[in-house]
Design a protein around this ligand. Structure first.
Ligand code: HEC
Length: 255
C-alpha cells in the first residue's frame, strides 16, 4: 500500500533525520555544532572547562545577566572547595533584613545565598539595555531550541548589518538570533579574559567554556542522571541474559 509506505517513511524521517538537523529558533541558518563532552549517554562535564566558563560568566556576562537558580555553595559541583566558595560569595553584597529596628541592611554574601543579579529590578535592567531585558541565564540552555549549540552560535554570530537591512537604533546584527536584531552587543573577543589555568583564551574557547558552564547551571544533576541510565541499561541486559538462561534450562527436556 503506497499510503502506508509513505506514512512509514514520514515516521522514520521524524525519528532519524529531524533531530540531527538543528536550526536556530526562527532563522533557518544551521547552527554551529560542537562536540560537547556532556552529550551522549556517557556524557560528562569537563570540570576545568566549567571553571573557566564560570570565570567568563563572573568577569563578563554577570554585568548584565543573573543566574538566580544557582547558589554559591552549588559551585562545589564544579570543583570549588568550601573555603574558595566563601571567598567568592563574600565578593557580593546581599540585602538582608529587616533588623530589630525594622530596617533592611547590606551584608556580605554567604555560601547559602543564591547568586545576586546585576540589577535591582526589571525596569532598571531595561533602561540600561535599550529597552530589552537581559534574561536570567540559569536555565537558558534548556529554554532555547538548539540548546548549547544555539548559545555558542549566538555568541559567535555577530556581523555587520547587511546593506538593505532596516536596523533599529542601538541594536546589533546577529545571524542566529530570531529576527537578526539583538539588543545585546557583541561581547566576546580573543583574550577578553585571562585564564588562570593557562588555556589560550580565543573567542571560540571562551564561548565554548561559558556555554558549558550554562549547560551545567541548567542541569547540574546531568552526570547522575546519565550514570543511573547506564547502570539501568546494564542491569536490564544482565537480567535478559539470566532470563534466557533460565528459559533454556526450564525448557531443555521439552522437544
Ligand atoms: C551589556 C550587557 C550584556 C552583557 C555583558 C551580556 N549580555 Fe547577553 N543579553 C543582553 C541583553 C540586553 C539581552 C536581550 C536581547 C534582546 O532581547 O534583544 C541578552 C540576551 C542574551 C541571551 C538570550 C538570547 C535569546 O535567544 O533570547 C543569551 C543566551 C545571552 N544574552 C548570553 C550572554 C552571555 C553568555 C554573556 C557573557 C559572555 C552575555 N550574554 C553578556 C545584554 C548583555
Amino acid at each position: 500500500m503506497p499510503n502506508n509506505l509513505l506514512r512509514l517513511a514520514f515516521i522514520l524521517h521524524i525519528i532519524f533525520i529531524t533531530p540531527t538537523k538543528l536550526f536556530s529558533a526562527s532563522t533557518d541558518i544551521e547552527l554551529m555544532q560542537q562536540k560537547w563532552p556532556f552529550n551522549g549517554i556517557f556524557g560528562r562535564f569537563d570540570e576545568s572547562s566549567l571553571q573557566r566558563g564560570f570565570q567568563v560568566y563572573r568577569e563578563v556576562c554577570s554585568a548584565c545577566h543573573g543566574i538566580r537558580h544557582v547558589s554559591y555553595r552549588d559551585l562545589k559541583g564544579i570543583g570549588y572547595s568550601n573555603d574558595e566558595i566563601k571567598v567568592i560569595a563574600a565578593d557580593y553584597e546581599v540585602m538582608d533584613g529587616p533588623d530589630d529596628n525594622g530596617e533592611m541592611f547590606d551584608r556580605e554574601g554567604r555560601p547559602s545565598d543564591k547568586f545576586i543579579g546585576p540589577y535591582e529590578n526589571d525596569k532598571i535592567a531595561r533602561l540600561a539595555n535599550n529597552g530589552a531585558y537581559p534574561p536570567d541565564l540559569s536555565l537558558i540552555v534548556k529554554a532555547r531550541a538548539g540548546g548549547a549549540d544555539y548559545i555558542y552560535s549566538l555568541l559567535n554570530g555577530y556581523k555587520e548589518f547587511p546593506d538593505n537591512f532596516e536596523a533599529s537604533e542601538g541594536m546589533y546584527y546577529n545571524e542566529y538570533y530570531p529576527g537578526n536584531q539583538i539588543a545585546m552587543p557583541s561581547i566576546l573577543m580573543d583574550d577578553i579574559v585571562e585564564y588562570s589555568d593557562g588555556t589560550e583564551a580565543t573567542q571560540s574557547q571562551i564561548a565554548k567554556d561559558v556555554t558549558s558552564f550554562l549547560a551545567w547551571t541548567a542541569e547540574p544533576e546531568l552526570e547522575e542522571r546519565k550514570s543511573l541510565g547506564v547502570k539501568t541499561l546494564f542491569f536490564l541486559i544482565l537480567i535478559t541474559i539470566m532470563l534466557l538462561g533460565v528459559k533454556r534450562k526450564v525448557w531443555k527436556d521439552v522437544e
